[in-house]
Design a protein around this ligand. Structure first.
Ligand SMILES: NC(=O)c1ccc[n+]([C@@H]2O[C@H](COP(=O)([O-])OP(=O)(O)OC[C@H]3O[C@@H](n4cnc5c(N)ncnc54)[C@H](OP(=O)(O)O)[C@@H]3O)[C@@H](O)[C@H]2O)c1
Length: 245
């Protein structure tokens, strides 16, 4: 792929990890096509290397529209990577977690539409494009998909566990197309998604601090590149060492 401009499609890039990831790729010469409900923030790179699609990923019926916009923006050029990053983690008004017995079913459905069904849809829709470039998919899962978390709710955590399983299934099913599929599994990263009180968790993190969005972006970038050419079906924790206990 040397010499060719590479393009990444990143969901949920209006802030946080997605915004940091778009910036990370663009600074390294990639073109980024992003999507979220809000436009990209002013500090996001705004030039010919960054295009944005405005869409609510919970609106499942509009997902084909987003893919049509993506294809129009690509204009026949290859797509090299898909990053399923957008995520929704609802809490009670006081910031506490919404457990299995809480929340309307419509809330559970909204969480699964954004965190799970959008990645299913985009992975399926982008597979033919990624096959042409022997590209990569990276899903952003969560530590909450692997253990009960003090703030992350049950709908969120189960949707992320499903995304971990989807990563494995996609890796198996897309390998013959030359597409690698991996996940990055953040712990506590300093973004708007965190609940008030997260600071109290820091003393349980071996590195004794929250992670930065850029520390997640660099791992996503690695998994999309040639350096990771023999890695598929993996889930890389970015959590300051929380798995050691
Ligand atoms: N921060 C952490 O500690 C942490 C830990 C584990 C996993 N994660 C995962 O990392 C990913 C990024 O999270 P973050 O921390 O960067 O959170 P964030 O700052 O809240 O950003 C979430 C992004 O998702 C987009 N999004 C949410 N709902 C959407 C919808 N209905 N349609 C389209 N886009 C939507 C948001 O854009 P709009 O609001 O503009 O639509 C925003 O760009 C998520 O999948 C999250 O679950 C984060």
């Amino acid at each position: 792929m040397d010499g060719e401009r590479r393009t990444v499609f990143i969901t949920g890039a209006s802030r946080g990890i997605g915004h940091a990831t778009a910036t990370y790729f663009v600074r390294r010469g990639w073109r980024a096509i992003t999507c979220s409900r809000e436009p990209v923030p002013p500090q996001c790179p705004r030039n010919e290397r960054h295009a944005h699609i405005t869409i609510d990923l919970a609106d499942t019926e509009r997902l084909p529209e987003a893919v049509a916009r993506l294809e129009a923006l690509l204009d026949g050029q290859p797509l090299h990577a898909l990053v399923n990053n957008a995520g929704y983690s609802p809490k009670h008004p006081d910031g506490s977690r919404i457990g299995c017995l809480d929340g309307e079913m419509t809330l559970w459905e909204r969480v699964f539409r954004i965190n799970f069904f959008a990645p299913v849809y985009f992975s399926r829709a982008c597979a033919p494009l990624l096959a042409k470039s022997r590209g990569a998919i990276v899903n952003i899962t969560s530590i909450a998909g692997h253990r009960v978390h003090p703030f992350a709710g049950s709908a969120y955590s189960t949707s992320k566990a499903a995304l971990t399983a989807l990563t494995r299934e996609l890796a198996a099913d897309l390998a013959h197309l030359g597409i690698r599929v991996n996940a990055v599994c953040p712990g506590e990263i300093n973004t708007a998604i965190l609940s008030p009180g997260t600071e109290a968790l820091v003393e349980r993190i071996p590195l004794r601090r929250l992670g930065s969005p850029e520390e997640v972006a660099s791992v996503i970038f690695y998994l999309c590149g040639e350096e990771a050419s023999y890695i598929t079906g993996a889930e890389i924790p970015v959590n300051g060492g929380q798995d050691v206990y």
